[in-house]
Design a protein. Sequence first.
Length: 150
Amino acid sequence: MKQNTGLFAIKLYELEQQYGRMQSRLRLCQQDDHPKIRRELQAAIDEYKENELLLQRNVEGSRSSAVAALAQAQLKYFRTVREVLERELPDSLHSEANTSSEDQAEAAALYTEYAIDFAAQSMRYALISALKAMDLQLSSEEKKEECCDE
């Protein structure tokens, strides 16, 4: 059981570090000028694309069909929400063909709220997954003990 616990601790630490970086970047950008915000935006987009490529490699190179399926689901989600953000959301706010920059900003803010809600729900699902893994590991250990006791 210690192996899973250690792995979960590492993954939680990585999540905490990523959250801290995101929080810091947002706080700093709220105080910065427009060119700085654009540079940060480009850096974040580049990082996102890099992670998407890594995910694509996981889909293509995974020996586990379950891991490949999970990676494929994440990849599909990433691509779908990017399309909604870039194409559909601004147009859906108003029926006019040309949306104003104010409408696009409102659409981006709505998307941001959804992305944060989705991240929170993903954390809840990660908790469920971790508890399920722990439960299965303990059940397996208990069965081994029962077999050895007999």
